[in-house]
Design a protein around this ligand. Structure first.
Ligand SMILES: Nc1ncnc2c1ncn2[C@@H]1O[C@H](COP(=O)(O)OP(=O)(O)OP(=O)(O)O)[C@@H](O)[C@H]1O
Ligand SMILES: O=C(O)[C@H](O)CO
Length: 523
């Protein structure tokens, strides 16, 4: 795996030579095999949202080094800069920020996942680590993505730093996914244990991240604009790496620098929906009742600039660009793929069939029935930004290979006790779908990968499959249906061709959900 960990920086340094997308198949990236291309495009998606490049894109210092420009806003720097951060990707973000602005940085505190420094060191990712005499204090906590005592200590240190700031000071807030668990500061009398319990209950009953974070905001001193309020009257600039579909800043890490617009009624609806109203600790009821009579209303955030610096769409756009460089006609379908992994797999399976028919039989297209079924599945998934018509139109005009890109975060209803992750499970399910009927004279490959480099509790980032997955599996005595029934996709892929279909990047230091790549190459 050590070699694979080096791939991302190497790729970032060596851009590919442009080729026209209609170029002959034989010219595709000098004969690079399809699986290699798929992995390369996944890595290019990740490289676009690595902390260093992202921060450099959004932050500029004027030549005097005293004016910081963030998008179209300018801020005066004179050793008046403070930094706080919380989230799975924040260590690398803080390292990049200190590298860029260190001369003005007075003090910083970040809250990052337990073991992340050792993991990055082990991976040889020096650019993700703070320098030995950094002014940024690091707290590690929130094992298993649950708030704990260590994360609470970090949250209190962050609050203390924010509360000490004055009007002529600037607070840079670095936010990424996983930030909610890393910034727990329950409003008394709610205790950390009660918050842990409620978070676990809501998650186990299938609450969405929007629902979970609406409750978290109502019970927290720092979420839902609380951190911004603590930092007032200092100016606040939040740089946000989105791990939520649609990039809603009030939801990512529960929006500590965004005024919350949710009411107690919203919370009660959610708690009712999951039958938790009766089981609520008295402390939670007390805090919710108090919020209802809060005369100040939502926390004001006029002194804050919130900027989304990285997202799934940004990653997909880079992969699209690189796919075109490789000679593909590339279309981004959606950066908001959600829903049950089974429905998502059916959608991709049928899309491959419909797209394949259009590519190999121009003019004939897929059967009307398959087209209708594809649209029905798409409507069921309710993907708000889906570009299905555009993709199908592009296929109609394409004479060569096509790459369809999408991203988001499907959900897996765990039934078995096997080892896997949602990307490996999605790939395996798509492989099974592709094998249902012959696809015609076309090579099809589907890859699904988590941009953080870790899919569920496994070492792999994801996996890729081709349309002959079922026959490959059968030849090795592997029964796809049995592995799926046990949610055992990782074990399956470890066996298949000795793990050759697994995607390994190591921890990437970023996180913008998952990327799905569907390749169609007429033979
Ligand atoms: N055996 C399994 N098969 C399929 N999916 C699994 C399995 N075990 C866990 N998962 C899924 O993995 C997910 C948790 O893993 P992971 O840490 O990669 O995701 P996450 O918590 O959403 O974090 P992130 O957003 O940072 O990727 C859950 O969605 C869970 O359903
Ligand atoms: O931390 C969180 O709340 C989730 O990762 C969504 O941002």
């Amino acid at each position: 795996m050590a070699a694979a960990l080096q791939v991302l920086p190497r790729l970032a340094r060596a851009p590919l030579r442009p080729l026209p997308w209609w170029g002959p198949v034989a010219r595709l990236a000098s004969g690079m095999a399809l699986p290699e291309q798929a992995q390369q495009l996944f890595e290019s998606a990740v490289s676009a949202v690595l902390p260093g490049p992202m921060l450099h894109r959004v932050l500029t210092l004027d030549p005097s080094g005293k004016q910081l420009k963030v998008r179209d806003r300018s801020f005066q720097l004179r050793r008046n800069l403070y930094l706080v951060g919380f989230g799975k990707a924040v260590l690398g973000m803080a390292a990049a920020a200190e590298e860029l602005l260190g001369q003005h940085l007075v003090q910083g505190v970040i809250s990052v996942p337990k073991g992340i420094r050792a993991a990055m060191e082990h991976a040889g990712k020096q650019e993700m680590l703070l320098k030995p005499h950094s002014r940024v204090q690091v707290f590690e906590g929130a094992e298993d993505n649950l708030p704990d005592r260590d994360a609470l200590r970090a949250a209190l240190a962050i609050r203390q730093l924010a509360e000490g700031l004055k009007a002529d000071e600037l607070l840079l807030v670095l936010i990424s996914g996983g930030g909610s668990a890393l910034l727990p500061a329950p409003i008394p009398p709610v205790t950390l244990e009660e918050k842990q319990m409620l978070t676990k209950l809501l998650a186990a009953r299938g609450a969405t991240i929007q629902e979970l974070n609406t409750i978290r905001k109502a019970l927290s001193q720092l979420k839902g604009g609380g951190l911004a309020q603590a930092a007032y009257p200092a100016q606040v600039v939040s740089l946000i790496l989105s791990d939520v579909v649609g990039d809603p800043v009030e939801m990512i890490a529960s929006g500590p620098t965004v005024a919350s617009t949710h009411s107690v009624q919203d919370c009660l609806h959610i708690l009712n929906r999951y039958n938790l109203r009766a089981a609520l600790p008295r402390s939670v009821k007390t805090v919710l009742a108090r919020a209802d009579s809060d005369p100040h209303g939502p926390r004001a955030c006029g002194h804050v600039l919130n900027v989304v610096i990285g997202s799934n769409m940004l990653a997909l756009a880079e992969a699209q660009r690189q796919a075109e460089v490789l000679g593909y006609r590339a279309v981004v379908l959606s950066a908001a793929v959600q829903g049950d992994v089974k429905s998502v797999a059916q959608f991709y399976g049928l899309l491959a069939r419909v797209a394949g028919a259009r590519l190999t039989l121009p003019g004939a297209g897929a059967s009307g029935e398959e087209d209708a079924e594809l649209h029905r599945l798409a409507a069921e998934l309710q993907l708000p930004d889906l570009q299905l018509e555009e993709a199908l139109e592009a296929l109609a005009g394409a004479q060569g290979p096509v790459c369809l890109l999408a991203g988001g975060e499907p959900t897996v209803q765990l039934q078995g006790s096997g080892k896997g992750g949602r990307n490996q499970e999605l790939a395996l399910r798509v492989g099974a779908e592709l094998g249902r009927q012959p696809l015609g004279p076309i090579d099809v490959l589907f890859l699904s990968g988590g941009t953080d480099g870790q899919d569920g509790p496994t070492e792999a980032a994801g996996a890729w499959v081709t349309s002959d997955l079922a026959s490959q599996a059968a030849a090795e005595g592997l029964d796809v249906a049995t592995f799926l029934a046990h949610n055992d996709s990782h074990t399956f892929f470890c066996h298949l061709h000795g793990g050759a279909h697994l995607l390994f990047t190591g921890l990437t230091g970023t996180n913008v959900m998952d990327a799905h790549l569907l390749f169609l190459r007429p033979r």
